[in-house]
Design a protein around this ligand. Structure first.
Ligand code: SPV
Ligand code: MG
Length: 433
């Protein structure tokens, strides 16, 4: 019997470096590819562009590959421990940095049963990351963009969404990363907020900015980015209008809409006094969801019902009753809103909701209860967190301070060190030079 040779790959962007590894592996026996699952990749990096099955199809048809098995963890050693291959082939670019600990684990595992690590010189001048960055510049189709939200919800513990009100704020959100203990953190998508879109126009958040203006803004964001977007569509307006608007929304490549169960003149949920606001009755709102769902064209598009019971002073029983009816009417997920400074009421809700609807994603917007950590939200069953207004709120005080400083000092010198340099500003946008 031939010996087993294990090579761990993500294989989202196949290049000759991968072929070199496989050719090397062939010399020692049967090459078995440990293909990282989408979930495994998502624990440390962005989701691959191609899903597991698509990547598997490609890799199993490459000459020299005998078998493809799923690697469900980021760390190769766990699958190696199960499979006990005689050889493991890896590029030699993992001796230092974040990957060194993975190498150590693999060596320790191989030592337990006498397996051998063979390190192949790293193929210079090519990397999957460089290919991925290049393909990002090519752009993304509306259908491809729509899909990525559902994939993220299915594969990540929590899908992290941030408000973007302009192309530049969306570019910042698209490129922002933080590296925590070898895990790359990033935002999974954008929130088009009625509050910040209205504020940007100097208008109140009362559904006065018409949808074509808001879609134009989103279209401009889509011109320069690739991540999915969730649109706040307020109450959704008249059902006849909603049915037409959903078509336009989908065509643009928006992945989901969130529709709140208010009626009459909608005002923002975070206002101190919500006594003038009222909630739609359950049957009418459920019917609205049902009609919107019938009208949807793309099966990956999501219609998410937003429950305002807590905002309007009603209790958990009303919220749960509504959730059941909205899910039965086809809502793809539920957003539960609160303006308390602690997350207690949304946690009460998630406990009850998840008992009955474990598979329906739950969305929250921690604007007032901002001390809550994502790890707690995950523990309490939330799948999507929306930071609903933060980039707008960041820009606003910076502009106020700058205007006041120029007035005070009769020049801009005093505020210069708080500003982006003109050079940096030009470097920010590719194609300026
Ligand atoms: C928005 O961002 O417009 C929202 C969330 O609807 S909230 O402002 O909290 O109502
Ligand atoms: Mg809103």
């Amino acid at each position: 019997m031939k010996k087993k040779v294990y090579i761990s790959l993500t294989a989202d962007n196949i290049h000759h470096g991968h072929i070199n590894l496989i050719n090397e592996g062939k010399k020692y026996g049967d090459v078995i590819i440990g293909l990282l699952t989408d979930k495994a990749v998502a624990t440390h990096k962005k989701l691959p562009i191609l899903n597991y099955e698509q990547r598997k199809l490609i890799i199993q048809n490459i000459s020299g590959v005998t078998d493809v098995v799923p690697q469900s963890e980021w760390d190769d050693s766990l699958t190696i421990q199960k499979l006990k291959p005689e050889f493991v082939i890896h590029g030699d670019d993992w001796t230092t940095g974040k990957q060194a600990v993975l190498r150590k684990n693999v060596i320790e595992t191989l030592n337990k049963y006498g397996g051998k690590l063979i390190e192949v010189p790293y193929t210079k001048g090519i990397s999957s990351e460089a290919i991925s960055n290049k393909s990002k510049k090519v752009g993304i189709s509306p259908d491809q963009r729509i899909k990525t939200l559902k994939r993220s919800i299915e594969n990540k513990d929590i899908t992290r969404i941030i408000e973007t009100h302009s192309p530049i704020s969306a570019l910042i959100a698209e490129n922002a990363t933080a590296n925590i203990n070898g895990r790359e953190k990033y935002f999974d998508g954008f929130w088009s907020s009625s509050l910040t879109d209205a504020s940007l126009m100097g208008k109140p958040d009362i559904e006065v900015v018409d949808i074509s203006k808001r879609l134009e803004n989103i279209n401009n964001i889509f011109e320069v980015t690739s991540k999915p977007l969730i649109m706040d569509i307020d109450t959704g307006g008249k059902i006849e209008h909603l049915n037409l608007n959903i078509k336009t929304i989908e065509r643009l490549g928006i992945s989901a809409v969130i529709m709140e169960d208010k009626t009459g003149l909608k005002k923002n949920s975070l206002l101190n006094d919500t006594s003038s606001q009222s909630q739609e009755d359950i049957a009418t709102f459920s019917e609205k969801i049902r009609k919107a769902k019938i009208n949807q064209q793309n099966s990956d598009f999501m219609i998410i019902a937003r429950i305002e019971s807590f905002i309007l002073g009603k209790g958990i029983d009303d919220a749960i009753l509504r959730a059941k009816s909205y899910v039965d009417s086809g809502s793809d997920a539920i957003m539960i809103h609160s303006k308390k400074d602690q997350p207690n009421e949304i946690f009460d809700f998630s406990k009850k909701f998840k008992k009955e609807f474990n598979n329906i994603p739950l969305v929250c917007v921690p604007s007032t209860y901002s001390s809550v950590k994502e790890s707690e939200l995950i523990q309490q069953g939330f799948n999507v967190v929306i930071y609903a207004n933060h980039l707008f709120r960041a820009a606003y005080p910076a502009m106020v301070k700058t205007a006041e400083s120029i007035l005070t000092h009769e020049r801009s010198k005093e505020i210069e060190d708080k500003l982006t340099s003109i050079k940096d500003m030009m470097d920010l946008i590719p194609g300026t030079n």
